[in-house]
Design a protein around this ligand. Structure first.
Ligand SMILES: Cc1[nH+]cc(COP(=O)(O)O)c(CN[C@@H](CCC(=O)O)C(=O)O)c1O
Length: 306
């Protein structure tokens, strides 16, 4: 395989990458009944460190709750397994993918006696939306697919089954020559990206959608809100952003563990601001990367050193 990683932690053991498989009648494969996380480990000035691991792990357990999925392993066990995995593979700057799901026993929508399988994989992963994206921004399209409503499925947590909506929206954008989508909710107001939260800058103030807009409660979103407020910005973190406001925004940017802080320079071919990374976006992005690369000693409790 193309990943230069040999081991995956699966159900309490380290197994060879090739042996980390599941049965074709696995419940989650048929019904989307898994929960997962996306976490970055940064090769900081003080050595490799996982960014906001505790918050990500807490969210994994929260994601399991609506589905009554019993993770079956303690936080400590999963943390030790993850640190051991990174040490074994000598991974310093990497992406960590924990997943827990209803496994193989019998089929039928009810998970019945299906066991919980838990796996943790990690691999080097570069810039999520393309090498140039962080500096030059990305061109996005408002998708014709709407986000699930939070009344239809918990959108505030990371359920594997949710991501068919993300794939439909994102692939529609890429099919039409854009890098990524912006997804509106069933009210037709802005929710977020298929795999990112969305921020808007207007007249020096910062706006981002909250859980009532059917979005994932992003950890990078929380980080950026904190950093922006520390920089003196007013942040409206439960904003209702209409589709029209996307086009008239001074600046837009995505946040996510994978996306980090990615400027949006065009929406549906309408240039946002000057059509390049905006000044506030650049300032926030700089603060984010200084933080995760430990060029500042602020928020050291957000780092789990490997
Ligand atoms: C729908 C969605 N919204 C917002 C976010 C940002 O959340 P956070 O990572 O806690 O700041 C993510 C993370 N998307 C993950 C999965 C990406 C993938 O392609 O898979 C990620 O960024 O790791 C989402 O999937």
């Amino acid at each position: 395989h193309e990943m230069d990683v040999d081991t995956i932690w699966l159900n309490g053991e380290f197994v060879d990458w090739e042996d980390a498989t599941t049965h074709v009648l696995t419940h989650a494969l048929h019904y989307g009944t898994g929960v997962f996380e996306g976490v970055r480990c940064y090769d900081t000035e003080n050595g490799p460190a996982i960014f906001r691991w505790d918050e990500h792990l807490d969210r994994l357990y929260d994601s399991a709750k609506p589905y009554e999925l019993d993770i079956g392993h303690s936080h400590e066990e999963l943390s030790e397994a993850t640190l051991e995995l990174l040490r074994r593979e000598g991974l310093e700057s990497c992406y960590i993918r924990p997943i827990a799901y209803y496994g193989y026993h019998s089929l039928g929508v009810s998970p019945g006696d299906c066991p919980t399988d838990v796996a943790i994989a990690a691999w080097p992963w570069g810039t999520y939306l393309g090498e140039e994206a962080l500096e030059n921004g990305v061109d996005v399209m408002v998708s014709s697919w709407r986000k699930h409503a939070s009344s239809q499925i918990p959108t505030n947590v990371k359920t594997t089954g949710l991501y068919v909506n993300s794939m439909l929206a994102g692939e529609e954008a890429r099919r039409n020559g854009y890098v990524e989508a912006i997804v509106l909710n069933k009210e037709g107001n802005v929710a977020e990206g298929p795999g990112e939260n969305l921020f808007m800058v207007n007249d020096g103030e910062i706006f981002t959608t909250g859980p009532a807009q059917s979005i994932l409660e992003g950890i990078t979103r929380d980080t950026v809100i904190t950093l922006a407020e520390e920089l003196g910005y007013t942040v409206h973190d439960e904003a209702v952003i209409s589709r029209g406001q996307l086009y008239t925004a001074d600046e837009l940017f995505f946040t996510g563990s994978a996306a980090e802080v990615t400027p949006i320079r065009k929406v549906d071919n309408v240039e946002i601001g000057a059509g390049t990374r905006g000044p506030v976006t650049e300032e926030i992005q700089g603060a984010f990367f200084d933080l995760v690369e430990r060029k500042t000693d602020a928020h050291d409790d957000w780092f789990t050193y490997v």
